[in-house]
Design a protein around this ligand. Structure first.
Ligand code: ACO
Length: 331
């Protein structure tokens, strides 16, 4: 008997219009374009503005409409909407419920998943399992983040890293292609490496029109750096073994975009050449749970993926959490 799997039928992404480049940051904190590029690979990031109505909901909805259009299915066919995010517009209800309303996806169950930067892969795993077990036949999975609302613009060790955006995929069921295996992990004992305490930091003039939350981001970058490489490499090896795929079979790795050096070290540990690794961190910085679906959408639209191609997704984030999925691409 053939196994039912979830396949990605369409991708979409949306990023805010405002570009904050490294030169802009030089005017805000004691940093330099050279330091940021050498240590992170980031050249610019997108920032959501109130004046442009770039809410978490609107970014998520724009990305979703593009994914639905590519998948050629209507929102009324969706059975489930799962959103990975830590930067929802309201404390509750979930972003997913607002998206359900915006898309008029009347029969979809809707909820959010909070797993830091691994949010999209956690959401993807939940939705693909729901399809594989027959709970639903189609799902919309979104990664959306507006971390600018909780950035401490006086902390140069974090404010240069993050950006805003959204990405989405539409899942339908398949008997051949699709998500071959997923694996997830967490270690709550290391929560202090990346968290968000209360406090409202000052905002520089150029960023006065951003949304604000009454908390900000605190991070131990050095320790996270090492944990990120080990966790993503280990879980990638685990999921490759689970799916019976060897690293040499991989057409493209789409990793979480947190730091170019982390991505390079990951590729080295997996013995995968950098030509097979998708990188767009220079344009968007770290968009947390949006980074993988944005990168996947760009890779798909650039024609880098075709039927039968093996794709490895892997992420790491606050919690700590980590995860990986292996996909046999289907279009
Ligand atoms: N500009 C200039 N100098 C800086 C800056 C800056 N923006 N930030 C730190 N420095 C200085 C430090 O003060 C330090 O100075 P010192 O040597 O005089 O003390 C020096 O640069 C080196 O600092 P390190 O922290 O050791 O630099 P490192 O090479 O580790 O890079 C970084 C820092 C980029 C944060 C790196 O550790 C990293 O990327 N860590 C992982 C972060 C991450 O992945 N976070 C998110 C994971 S989960 C998620 O995605 C939400």
């Amino acid at each position: 008997m053939n196994m039912i799997r979830a396949r990605i039928a369409g991708t979409g992404s949306a990023t805010p219009e405002m570009i904050l480049n490294n030169a802009d940051l030089e005017a805000i904190v004691d940093t330099s374009d050279d330091w940021i590029i050498k240590r992170t690979g980031i050249r610019e990031r997108r920032i959501a503005l109130k004046g442009r109505n770039e809410t978490t909901l609107n970014l998520a909805t724009s990305a979703s409409l593009k994914a639905l259009e590519m998948a050629k299915i209507g929102a009324d066919a969706l059975d489930m909407i799962v959103v990975g995010t830590v930067s929802q517009d309201m404390h509750f209800p979930s972003v997913a419920c607002f998206v359900q309303d915006a898309l008029n996806a009347k029969k979809a169950a809707a909820f959010d998943v909070s797993a830091g930067c691994t949010g999209f892969l956690y959401a993807l795993s939940v939705a693909s399992n729901a399809i594989a077990t027959g709970t639903c036949r189609s799902a919309l999975v979104i990664g959306v983040e507006r971390l600018s609302a909780m950035t401490n613009w006086e902390d140069r060790t974090t404010c240069v890293l993050f950006g805003d955006g959204a990405g989405a995929v539409v899942l339908t069921s398949s008997q051949d292609d699709g998500i071959l295996a997923s694996a997830l992990g967490a270690d709550g004992t290391c929560w202090e490496l990346l968290y968000s305490p209360n406090g409202s930091p000052n905002v520089p003039e150029i960023l006065k029109d951003t949304y604000r939350k009454p908390f900000f981001i605190k991070m131990d970058g050095n320790r996270l750096f090492k944990k990120a490489i080990i966790s993503m490499a280990d879980i990638s090896s685990e999921v490759l073994e689970k799916s019976g795929v060897s690293p040499s079979d991989i057409r493209l790795v789409v990793p979480h975009q947190a730091n170019f050096r982390i991505i390079q070290a990951l590729a080295e540990r997996l013995s995968i050449p950098m030509e097979k690794v998708y990188v767009n961190i220079h344009k968007y910085g770290n968009t947390s749970s949006a980074s993988i679906p944005i990168a996947l959408d760009e890779a798909a639209r650039e024609g880098l993926l075709g039927p039968g191609d093996i794709v490895l997704l892997t992420a790491f984030g606050a919690g700590l959490t980590w995860g990986a999925s292996v996909i046999r691409w289907s279009f």
